[in-house]
Design a protein around this ligand. Structure first.
Ligand SMILES: *[C@@H]1O[C@H](CO)[C@@H](O)[C@H](O)[C@H]1NC(C)=O
Ligand SMILES: *[C@@H]1O[C@H](CO)[C@@H](O)[C@H](O)[C@H]1NC(C)=O
Ligand SMILES: *[C@@H]1O[C@H](CO)[C@@H](O)[C@H](O)[C@H]1NC(C)=O
Length: 215
């Protein structure tokens, strides 16, 4: 029997997509570490069973649309300290298990509506240290009922609508310090909501869903 060369090529490509570790990265126990490699773009073809992916401390400016589609086992995605200013629409469509997302130290200016759509297992989002971050859409975090911790500190926020946080019924920790807040009447509903939560925190009641804020 002679092997069809096309068939061989397909098998080789498929096998490398399943088992290969991207050049320069280290792969161990379903964790892929590509941090600090001076990458300008994301590595292609990760192992399909990747659970932790670190692309931290690179110079990545964009994530291609559909980049995560094949990695439905992903739990932890670390994109800290890059040059990202947006995420493609639908990036998390298959990220049903993603629980930790670190977008700190980037160049986001907006958190757009439904930015994390379909990543409904998210427990922790870090958007701190995005100095150009000016706007959080009222529907930015819609549907993230599992979210326990949200870090929006050290951005450029002067305003945040209550609507953006109201639906986060699991929220326990919110960090918003280090922003140039303007305390006008438009912020009143949010401040009132926060004051309420903080009071209940301080009085030591441990109801699920309390928000303890560090400002
Ligand atoms: C994956 O990330 C989680 C959370 O950061 C960490 O606790 C765990 O040790 C990581 N797993 C591996 C194999 O690095
Ligand atoms: C960001 O990454 C660079 C290397 O690309 C490193 O020198 C710098 O210390 C990192 N900054 C932070 C805040 O982690
Ligand atoms: C970050 O974004 C701002 C505009 O939103 C731009 O002026 C600046 O050059 C960007 N910085 C980097 C490091 O990409």
């Amino acid at each position: 029997m002679t092997l069809n060369p096309f068939f061989v090529a397909v098998v080789v490509v498929f096998a490398s997509a399943v088992t290969g570790c991207p050049v320069l990265c280290t792969c161990r126990n379903q964790a892929v570490d590509c941090s600090g490699l001076r990458l300008f773009s994301v590595p292609p073809d990760l192992p399909l069973d990747t659970r932790n992916l670190s692309l931290a401390h690179n110079r990545i400016t964009a994530i291609p649309p559909g980049y995560l589609t094949c990695y439905s086992e992903l739990r932890v995605l670390d994109l800290r300290n890059n040059s990202l200013f947006e995420l493609p629409v639908g990036l998390f469509w298959t990220s049903k298990r993603l629980s930790h997302l670190d977008l700190s130290y980037n160049n986001f200016s907006h958190v757009v509506a439904d930015m994390f759509k379909e990543a409904y297992s998210l427990v922790h989002i870090d958007l701190s240290h995005n100095p150009w971050l000016r706007k959080v859409h009222p529907q930015a975090f819609r549907g993230l009922v599992q979210l326990q911790s949200l870090d929006l500190s050290y951005g450029g926020l002067s305003f945040l609508s209550l609507e953006a946080l109201e639906g986060l019924t699991g929220l326990v920790t919110l960090q918003i310090g280090g922003n140039p807040w303007v305390c006008s009447c438009t912020m009143e509903p949010l401040l009132k909501w926060l004051r309420n939560r903080i009071q209940r925190c301080m009085s030591g009641s441990e109801d699920y869903g309390e928000v303890c804020m560090s400002v």
